[in-house]
Each structure stands twice: as structure tokens, then as C-alpha cells.
Design a protein around this ligand. Structure first.
Ligand code: PLP
Length: 416
């Protein structure tokens, strides 16, 4: 469900014609629907209302300050993975007691900052990290809560780059190590092992991988000493969304399938959704620069590229692409499918392949499902300026990030 809809073949975001936004702010441009973001958040919290989890929105999915603020105001906490994300959380006054911090490679400086600020808990990914947090907390004179990230070794049925719960991935600790750590908590005077953390991957469209991970976690919990300090189970994020033909579980179905297990486990639950909230709440709008044919290929060259939106190049991800105005120019009609490509000097620079689209030069296209892992994964490759972001609320639009300037591109550099 989202609020990007065609009315009489013209695309609207909530109450605004997207073409008007493209003209006002220029392209490439990311457009988000506030109503969609909030509805996704509330759908999840309502689905799990029986067990009242803490929902920590995963900042990495879309880290724009206005979006973070919107969700924190709605009651979300934040799931962070770096000092930079902690800084963002602080800018929007997210209560520190609602911040959870994962990452396999937290630096000493990052840990110190988070301990001083008093975040809710670290999601710890190795024994060495645990010892480092213990040392730092002792020096600072604080006791800190951590969850131990368990690698349950389950198949999450998603792209291999976003699978994180298999034993060959770098994430979390194996069950044996986790058991040893929890059985020897007395070694840690400044760290309380207050929870177990799981995050088995992203864009998971079925409940079964979560159920497998939870069954393994229950078995693990049944086999550890009972005199432990565990109060929380963080089940991570990973809920899949519709990009094309997928039929992902709804929040309701997901809750129905796992709540009985969560109740049986009996710990307080934390969720870390990212894509589910932001993914379909955003589109990337791009302008057609050239129609081009070469040998037997047809290309639509647009002004957005892999630096703006890397998911198609990186994961071979399919994103729907449609003209903002579907009243096509009949004279352009052809059966030949087109690749939608950007200006970057890589053959991997494409937004879509073999699409049945005809559009005049100067026309606009929308790339759907670009609200998560869009701007947050963008770069300045080819010295391209990052695109602006606009948040729509009903009939009003707000620019929540400006287009970078050429000055921005070089401001940290020095000619020697
Ligand atoms: N939690 C952790 C630890 C993650 O690494 C991620 C994504 O990589 C998420 C939550 C969010 O995942 P998703 O956007 O699939 O919900």
C-alpha cells in the first residue's frame, strides 16, 4: 500500500502531481510520501500490538533527518550502525534509551560516544567487541546493556548480498560461543548481557526463515543457564516488500505466524524494520535525455544513474519504471524493449532492462520502490551531485535535502 497513484494516467504523490515536483525541484529527484511512511510504521505496530514491541526504525534504509524525526515522533526508536547514524539520531533528539546499535566493526571512538550518550543497548557481534565494550564502559564508569547477536545459520531466501543469518556470513556469533559467553557473565562487570539479537537478512518475503530462526533461538535459550540477565529478544528487520511480482507476507500475517513463538520465548521484543517502512514510500524521478538505438538494442538514457540508485546495478534488483504521464506518444510506439540507462561510465549503470516503455526526450520516468536504500546508498561517483529529496504531505511538498552543489563536491579537498 502506498500513495503513489495514477489518476487519468498522470502520477500523483498523495495530492500533488509528481511532474510539478520534477519541474519545481529538478531531476534526478527523490519524492517521499509521508502518509505511506507513517502507515507502514503503524501497520507494524498494530500487527504486534499484543506484545507491544519497541520498534527501532533502521536508519540505514533512509537516514534523512526529517524522516527520522517523523518516525521518532510517531513513537519509533532507532537502529543505528555507525557514529554517523548516532550523530543523526542526536540531531533529531531521539531518546537515547530507544537507540540500539549493531555493526560488526564498531570502533573504539564510536563505542565511547555511544556509552557516554547512554544508548539503550549495543548489539554485539563478537567476543572481542564485548571485551572492548566492557573495557570502555569500565573506564567511563558506566554499566551498559548489550544484546548478543546470534548467527542462527538459517537460509533467508533472499539475495546473497543481503543474507546475514548463514554461518558463512560475518554477522553475529555462533551458538557455542554465545552459550559460553552467557554462561560466564560474571566475567563482565560493566556489561549486562540483557538480550539476544537476530537479523537474518533483508527483503525476506515469507515468514518461514523467521520461524526457523526463532525455533533455533528458542532451543538455544532452553539450553543455557537460567540464572541469566536476558530480558530482550531483538528479531531485527528484513521484512520484504513488493517491488514487482512478489507477494510478501503482510505485517498482520507475519505477526500471526511469529507472535505465538515470541510469547513462548517470553522476552520483551524489539523490531528493526527499514525497507518495510521506507521502501515503497519513495520514488526516484528522472528525465529522459536521449532515445538511442545501437545495433539491435534500444536505450532510454536518463539523468539518474547508479550513483543515485545502486540497487539495480548492485543486486540486479527489479524496480518498476513508468512514465509520469502514461498518455504515450503513439508515433513512438515500438515492440522493441528498452534498457533504461544513466550517464555513468559503466555498463553496469542501468535502472532497468528490457522494458516496454516508449517516451519522448524531455519526458519523465518514475522508478518505484526507491525510498529505502536509495539516497542512503548513493555516492558522488563520476563527480555527480547527490539528488535532492522532497517529502509530500497531502497537497504540500517540503524539500528535505537540497541538491548538492559543485562546491559541495570539492569542499573537503585541497590542491597541493
Ligand atoms: N537490522 C540490522 C542489524 C540490519 O543489518 C538491517 C539491514 O541491513 C536492518 C535491521 C534493516 O533491514 P530491512 O531494511 O530489511 O528491514
Amino acid at each position: 500500500m502506498d500513495y503513489f497513484k495514477f489518476k487519468n494516467n498522470i502520477l500523483y504523490c498523495e495530492g500533488i502531481q509528481v511532474k510539478k515536483l520534477a519541474k519545481k525541484y529538478g531531476t534526478p529527484l527523490f519524492v517521499y510520501s509521508q502518509k505511506t511512511i507513517l502507515e507502514h510504521f503503524f501497520k507494524l505496530s498494530e500487527a504486534f500490538s499484543q506484545i507491544k514491541p519497541l520498534i527501532c526504525y533502521s536508519v540505514k534504509a533512509n537516514s534523512n533527518l526529517s524522516i527520522l524525526k517523523l518516525l521518532v515522533r510517531a513513537g519509533a526508536g532507532l537502529d543505528i550502525v555507525s557514529g554517523g547514524e548516532l550523530y543523526r539520531a542526536k540531531q533529531i533528539n531521539c531518546p537515547f534509551e530507544k537507540i540500539v546499535y549493531a555493526s560488526v566493526g564498531k570502533t573504539e571512538e564510536e563505542i565511547k560516544k555511544a556509552v557516554r550518550e547512554g544508548i539503550f543497548m549495543f548489539n554485539v557481534e563478537s567476543r572481542s567487541e564485548l571485551e572492548r565494550i566492557e573495557k570502555i564502559a569500565k573506564k567511563i564508569g558506566k554499566r551498559v546493556q548489550v544484546s548478543l547477536r546470534l548467527n542462527p545459520d538459517v537460509e533467508s531466501k533472499t539475495h546473497k548480498y543481503i543474507t546475514t543469518g548463514r554461518k558463512e556470513t560475518k554477522f553475529g556469533v555462533d551458538k557455542k560461543t554465545a552459550k559460553e559467553i552467557i554462561s560466564n557473565t560474571k566475567r563482565y562487570k560493566n556489561v549486562i548481557i540483557a538480550g539476544i539479537h537476530l537479523h537474518i537478512g533483508s527483503q525476506i518475503t515469507e515468514s518461514s526463515p523467521f520461524v526457523s530462526a526463532l525455533l533455533k533461538t528458542k532451543k538455544f535459550l532452553d539450553g543455557i543457564p537460567k540464572n541469566n540477565d536476558l530480558q530482550f529478544l531483538n528479531i531485527g528487520g528484513g521484512l520484504g516488500i513488493v517491488y514487482n511480482q512478489e507477494k510478501p507476507q503482510t505485517a498482520k500475517m507475519f505477526a500471526k505466524n511469529i507472535v505465538p513463538l515470541l510469547k513462548a520465548i517470553g522476552l520483551k521484543i524489539i523490531l528493526e524494520p527499514g525497507r518495510f517502512i521506507a521502501g515503497n514510500a519513495g520514488i526516484l524521478v528522472t528525465k529522459v535525455l536521449y532515445n538511442k538505438e545501437s545495433y539491435d538494442k534500444r536505450f532510454i538514457v536518463v539523468d539518474a544513474a547508479m550513483n543515485d540508485f545502486i540497487r539495480p546495478s548492485l543486486y540486479d534488483a527489479y524496480h518498476k519504471i513508468m512514465p509520469l504521464d502514461k498518455r504515450t506518444n503513439k508515433s513512438l510506439r515500438t515492440k522493441k524493449l528498452a534498457d533504461i540507462v544513466g550517464p555513468v561510465c559503466e555498463s553496469g549503470d542501468f535502472l532497468g532492462k528490457k522494458r516496454k516503455i516508449t517516451i519522448s526526450e524531455g519526458g519523465y520516468l518514475a522508478v518505484f520502490g526507491a525510498g529505502a536504500y536509495g539516497v542512503s546508498m548513493s555516492s558522488n561517483y563520476n563527480s555527480r551531485r547527490r539528488a535532492p529529496e522532497v517529502l509530500v504531505k497531502g497537497k504540500r511538498s517540503y524539500q528535505i535535502r537540497k541538491r548538492e552543489s559543485y562546491q559541495d563536491l570539492i569542499k573537503q579537498e585541497r590542491v597541493i
